[in-house]
Ligand binder design. Structure first.
Ligand SMILES: NC(=O)c1ccc[n+]([C@@H]2O[C@H](COP(=O)([O-])OP(=O)(O)OC[C@H]3O[C@@H](n4cnc5c(N)ncnc54)[C@H](O)[C@@H]3O)[C@@H](O)[C@H]2O)c1
Length: 316
């Protein structure tokens, strides 16, 4: 298959692209290499992918509507895995317009271009943040998700809803996959796993919200990319599917696992929980198991060990 992976220079996108290349797909990556975090990390991901002859990176922006149409017209993709986004819940509170432009309007350009060129299947990356402070735990896809806590979640939810409209009007196959707190090799430097590693290894001071008394459904990136690859392979009409591990871990414990491996305490400063943050996320993954054959393999202990191994080899 010829697959477009947007956000291919990023954390999950680069891991996904590599998985698809290893199994024999042709992959076109698309990324704008923005500086939300150090673009050198994105260039390193690109370099890793460039080692595969069936890979090519296009440096462009999903906000450029005509450029997206031209790309789709020239390439004739079989499937799209749309992972490009402005991520980061706290940054979204500062720059809501950017999040709507990229995560909603940019996604619309891609859905339009996919429709115009007859792409068979479109996988749209979304987030557990859309559940906000729902009382329905574990989080299940039938939740209305109409009370997002910040513009990132609101824009992602809006894109999910727009995807339904495209499916309804044009019979497009669109599967929305909601990721739960992903961590692992090539991880984002603004996310907790990486921050704690930096702090324990180098003494960098980091905030610890609510004394780590928050629960997160940490999900190892290989499990997530397995789920996305399965979604690419199975056009389902329109579905929303949680991809998590289904076993939340206390943030304080997660921090402790990394400290154990580092052999040092992280340098944390306690901060009150932000209103943009939810207290607990916890995936019900029965739908993913049923529709995608999804079966997460990597325990948090094992995943943290693999993450630390990568961090120690690449970032120290
Ligand atoms: N990491 C997580 O825990 C997590 C959780 C839930 C959902 N997600 C979603 O998964 C996807 C991938 O996230 P990630 O953690 O790999 O983040 P990331 O920031 O590492 O990757 C996103 C990539 O998209 C690119 N991008 C951003 N705006 C763009 C634009 N306008 N045009 C082209 N490229 C653009 C960025 O340069 C980046 O390389 C995102 O859609 C994110 O919302 C991630």
């Amino acid at each position: 298959m010829k697959i477009l992976v947007t956000g291919a220079a990023g954390f999950i996108g680069s891991n996904l692209a590599e998985k698809l290349l290893k199994r024999g797909d042709t992959v076109v990556g698309l990324d704008n290499f923005n500086d939300y975090y150090d673009p050198a990390k994105k260039r390193a991901n690109e370099a890793r992918l460039n080692a595969y002859p069936a890979f090519r990176m296009v440096e462009d922006d999903i906000r450029h509507r005509q450029a997206m149409f031209d790309l789709f017209e020239n390439e004739k993709f079989d499937a799209v895995a749309h992972l490009a986004a402005m991520a980061g819940v706290r940054n979204a509170v500062k720059y809501p317009d950017l999040y709507v432009e990229v995560d909603l309007n940019g996604s619309q350009h891609l859905m339009d271009a996919a429709r115009a060129t007859g792409v068979g299947n479109f996988v749209l990356a979304s987030t557990s943040s859309v559940y906000g402070n729902t009382k329905q735990i574990p989080f299940v896809e039938t939740d209305p998700c109409d009370r997002p806590l910040q513009p990132y979640a609101a824009a992602k939810r809006a894109a999910e809803i727009l995807a339904y409209t495209y499916h309804y009007l044009f019979q497009q196959n669109i599967t929305v996959v909601r990721f739960f707190t992903v961590y692992g090799p090539n991880g984002r430097p603004d996310m907790m796993a990486y921050l704690v590693a930096e702090s324990a290894a180098k003494g960098v001071q980091i905030p610890l919200y609510d004394n780590g008394q928050m629960w997160r459904d940490w999900t190892y990136v290989e499990d997530i990319t397995d789920g996305v690859a399965a979604a690419i392979d199975r056009p389902l009409g329109y579905e929303i599917i949680n991809l998590g591990r289904g076993e939340p871990t206390l943030l304080a414990d997660f921090v402790g696992y990394i400290e154990e491996l580092a052999g040092r305490k992280a340098n944390v400063v306690s901060k009150p929980r932000l209103s943009a943050d939810f207290v607990k996320n916890n995936a019900d993954i029965s739908k993913a198991r049923r529709l995608l054959g999804y079966n997460p393999q990597v325990s948090v202990r094992e995943g943290v060990a693999r993450f630390w191994e990568w961090y120690a080899a690449n970032c120290l």
